[in-house]
Design a protein around this ligand. Structure first.
Ligand SMILES: [Zn+2]
Length: 197
């Protein structure tokens, strides 16, 4: 039995030991207060390493190529964000942070904490990593970028010929891995393992 305070409404709840894959919700605001993930730290480490390998081609190779008036222009995620720096620096920074910097740091921090717990190594900086991971979880928005990209593609289809680049398929793979990692990562159970082991 664990005593957990809801982060959203401060309701104190007593959570019994649950089988893996189950979540406990706050009885007042119904937000998830505890998640017993089916994925162990070693499994999360494998998922994060796969994502970190895919992240390079996903950001580097062209996402889409546009053929208009006899000219074909391809762009990748980084170039797309950097192109906006002159006209809309704030938007460019937000896109760069939420679609590139935050997801990369989030996957790296989960990989680092998973590696520490897998190999039973408890360095002094591990609590800081767990705190940073919790904050970054709210700023990683690859799926929002994907939705905006799809909207742009559907709008541009009427005016120009569009071709999906290699980076697009790597980006889809990265998105799926990222969603699997975030939905299975439990900051609470990582803290528990850090304190108890
Ligand atoms: Zn609550």
């Amino acid at each position: 039995m664990k005593t957990i305070i809801c982060r959203h409404c401060d309701m104190v709840s007593h959570v019994p030991n649950m089988p893996s894959g189950y979540v406990a919700k706050c009885i007042r605001c119904e937000s998830v207060i505890y998640k017993n993930s089916w994925c162990s730290p070693s499994g999360m480490l494998a998922l994060c390493l796969a994502a970190l390998i895919i992240i390079v081609p996903a950001f580097y190779f062209p996402l889409i190529s546009i053929h208009l008036l006899g000219i074909t222009e391809g762009t990748n995620l980084l170039q797309g964000a950097l192109m906006m720096i002159d006209n809309a620096p704030v938007v460019a920074f937000v896109v760069l942070f939420c679609a590139v910097i935050a997801p990369t740091l989030l996957i790296s921090s989960i990989a680092l904490s998973s590696a520490c717990l897998t190999f039973n190594y408890h360095p002094a900086y591990l609590p800081k990593i767990l705190k940073i991971t919790y904050i970054l979880k709210h700023w990683s928005m690859l799926e929002v970028y994907m939705v905006s990209l799809m909207v742009a593609i559907f709008k541009l289809m009427n005016y120009a010929d569009l071709y999906f680049g290699v980076g697009f398929y790597f980006f889809i793979a990265l998105l799926l891995l990222n969603l699997t990692i975030i939905s299975n990562y439990s900051n609470h159970s990582y803290w528990e393992r850090y304190i108890n082991e």
